[in-house]
Design a protein around this ligand. Structure first.
Ligand SMILES: [Zn+2]
Ligand SMILES: [Zn+2]
Length: 143
């Protein structure tokens, strides 16, 4: 049995025995999460991630894959998130603008490789409180 298989069996048994409790996804809060091992040598040292976030994490761990075949906008929104393309369309702005907002923390988002995911609530927030047209971050008010 490989270390990886061994780790999976240990997790399975630990969940069955109540030693390990399945948690919601640590990224998006989805109820059903899978156990992810940062290190298979530590079988019970796991992180909980739903299928989508788990896949994204592994894509992140393999940079060449991210560049070649990983386009969030093609896989569509996951678990209450939107890709940049969808967020831009929802806000009636260009992808470039939304990208700029994210890079400059005008808008909150999570980065996966070279792509971003934006929570739908954040898109809604941006709809009601749009930033200046030129895309500059709002200056902190001193009054
Ligand atoms: Zn998730
Ligand atoms: Zn994993």
């Amino acid at each position: 049995m490989t270390t990886k298989q061994n780790a999976r069996v240990k997790v399975f048994n630990a969940i069955r025995d109540g030693v390990l409790i399945r948690q919601p996804c640590e990224k998006c809060g989805a109820a059903y999460a899978q156990a992810h091992h940062d290190d298979y040598q530590k079988p019970l040292d796991v992180r909980w991630l739903c299928a989508s976030c788990h896949r994204l994490l592994h894509n992140e761990l393999k940079p060449p894959l991210v560049r070649r075949s990983f386009t969030l906008t093609k896989t569509g929104p996951i678990d209450g998130h939107m890709g940049i393309e969808d967020a831009a369309r929802a806000l009636g702005r260009s992808e470039r603008t939304v990208r700029w907002w994210l890079a400059n923390a005008v808008m909150a988002g999570e980065r996966f490789g070279r792509d971003w995911m934006v929570r739908k609530e954040e898109v809604e927030r941006m709809k009601t409180a749009p930033p200046p047209k030129r895309g500059r971050p709002p200056k902190p008010k001193t009054s």
